[in-house]
Design a protein around this ligand. Structure first.
Ligand SMILES: Cc1cc2nc3c(=O)[nH]c(=O)nc-3n(C[C@H](O)[C@H](O)[C@H](O)COP(=O)(O)OP(=O)(O)OC[C@H]3O[C@@H](n4cnc5c(N)ncnc54)[C@H](O)[C@@H]3O)c2cc1C
Length: 460
């Protein structure tokens, strides 16, 4: 091991290879409950060539590598192992190019989401992915988890933003797929194998990403609803009233609303506490046509009792206040010992699924706090359960909830990935044939099993 560390210091420089007490504790875990672990060493390369050197040296020595982005992952994917090197992309954070005509941005893997969003805005354009930890999560991490967030309903997930990718394979081979063309049917689309691979097939070092025209106006509304059926009716009504204009449709159940209100010290803007509320954002060319488009359908739903109340933000500050409620997840997670669920289900099944989960939790773990919310427009439900007073119940709760997901033929991970935490349940969402094909790809690209081993699926 000493020889490997010496070789790594020669390749990267002394300051870029941290060991022992020199490794910041922040690099010992991500945001999940997977226990912290100090790696053999923390490597901080500054270029693709340095990443390639690291992987080549580690491969020759037979030592595993765990890629780390902003460490905001929720499934333990970037949590290191004691017998592996942690590879941080943080120093590779440059925005290399913006092409406003082609509407593309080229960024290194360590650029934060916020930096990419700001660069796009400065060029009069918009980056389509947005999520709460935007100041910390990195392009490489977002690509490797195929992150979703609040913009999927309009722009798709991270996969839909990637036009070109540069990846270093486990043995140090550079795979440059940095082609910005929209159309390129020249055999297997290799880049897509690395999107959502959670660092198990290679290290993402650079990407060309798609940008979008910036909408001139955004309109934000918080809509109080009597029940889940009313939420799907609202989504359907608004979709047909303003096709293509719904930029976000986030649903929050009463338990989440109460926790968000506490976490933000912000009262809900309704007379009472509704059973559910939808945070809806519209985008379009001008505010008056958006307002005119939603007025009549919302009035009709109010009249029919399918909507209880509506708060329409009158300024950016008011819109930000409404978004604070939805984005308080980070603060809520800090108060919890959380079990995080990130499920996708057929839209029509979500209401009864939530009722069934609540009934199971109440029957077996009465009093445990469970919060329901999600990106309803994408059929993506999140549940956060606080297991602080239930140290041994985690696995039984997961078994119960994932069994309900399997009954609905849903996915056990809509956007957070599998990492370590959901590996055990992967077979509920993937067939034996799919798992065998995934293992074959892993073996082909990483024959020695050194890229983020133990994450997503076991190969042997
Ligand atoms: C409060 C909060 C809210 C969140 N909301 C959302 C949400 O709305 N939607 C959503 O999708 N996610 C959400 N997440 C989860 C998380 O932010 C995303 O998974 C994000 O994409 C992780 O990016 P990261 O840079 O922090 O990656 P990390 O956590 O560092 O790593 C994630 C995975 O990617 C791998 N990886 C990282 N960088 C690279 C690289 N350069 N090459 C190869 N592999 C790499 C790691 O090994 C790991 O397996 C949320 C998390 C928090 C804490």
């Amino acid at each position: 091991m000493d020889a490997l560390i010496r070789a790594l210091r020669e390749a990267l420089g002394h300051a870029a290879v941290l060991t022992g007490e020199g490794i910041p504790v922040a690099h010992e875990r991500d945001w999940s409950v997977v226990p912290a672990q100090r790696p053999l060493a923390l490597l901080r390369p500054a270029s693709t060539a340095e990443v390639a050197s690291v992987l080549r040296l580690a491969h020759e020595a037979g030592v595993a590598v765990v890629p780390q982005g902003g460490l905001t992952g929720l499934v333990g994917g970037a949590t290191p192992r004691a017998d592996a090197l942690a590879l941080s992309l943080a120093r590779m954070s440059a925005i290399e190019e913006i092409d406003a005509t082609a509407a593309t941005i080229t960024a290194q893997a360590g650029a934060t989401l916020q930096a990419v969003q700001d660069a796009a805005t400065a060029a009069g354009l918009l980056f389509g992915v947005d999520l709460a930890p935007r100041g910390s999560c990195q392009i490489g991490g977002l690509i490797s988890t195929n992150a979703g967030g609040t913009g999927v309903i309009q722009y798709g997930s991270m996969r839909a933003q990637v036009l070109g990718l540069e990846v270093v394979l486990a043995d140090g081979t550079l795979l440059s797929m940095l082609r910005p063309m929209l159309k390129n049917n020249t055999g297997y689309d290799l880049a897509h194998a690395f999107i959502g691979a959670e660092g198990t097939l290679g290290v993402v070092t650079r990407a060309i990403l798609r940008l979008h025209p910036k909408p001139r106006t955004r309109l934000t509304a918080l809509v109080a609803l009597p029940d889940y059926a009313a939420a799907t009716q609202l989504l359907q009504t608004l979709r047909s009233a303003l096709p293509g204009s719904i930029a976000a449709f986030e649903l929050m159940w009463d338990d989440f609303l109460a926790a968000a209100s506490r976490a933000t010290a912000q009262a809900l803007p309704f007379a009472g506490a509704p059973p559910l509320a939808a945070l809806v954002e519209f985008s379009g060319p001008d505010a008056s046509s958006l307002q005119a488009g939603i007025e009549a359908p919302l009035a009709a739903l109010l009249e029919a009792g399918k909507v209880l109340d509506i708060v329409l933000a009158q300024s950016d500050t008011q819109a930000a206040k409404l978004w604070r409620l939805r984005e308080s997840v980070g603060e809520i997670l800090m108060r919890f010992t959380p079990l995080n669920f990130d499920i996708s289900l057929p839209l029509a099944a979500i209401g009864t699924f939530v009722a069934a989960c609540r009934a199971q939790l109440q029957a077996h773990w009465p009093g445990c706090e469970a919060l329901f919310f999600g990106h309803l427009g994408d059929g993506n439900l999140h549940i956060i359960i606080d297991v602080t007073g239930l140290p041994d119940a985690g696995e039984a709760i997961e078994d119960a909830i994932y069994a309900l997901v399997a009954q609905e033929r849903g996915s056990i991970s809509a956007e957070h990935g599998i990492g370590l935490l959901k590996k055990h349940y992967l077979a509920l969402s993937r067939s034996p044939a799919e798992l065998a094909a995934m293992r074959a790809i892993k073996r082909a690209l990483d024959p020695r099993g050194l890229m983020n081993p133990g994450k997503v699926l076991d190969v042997d």
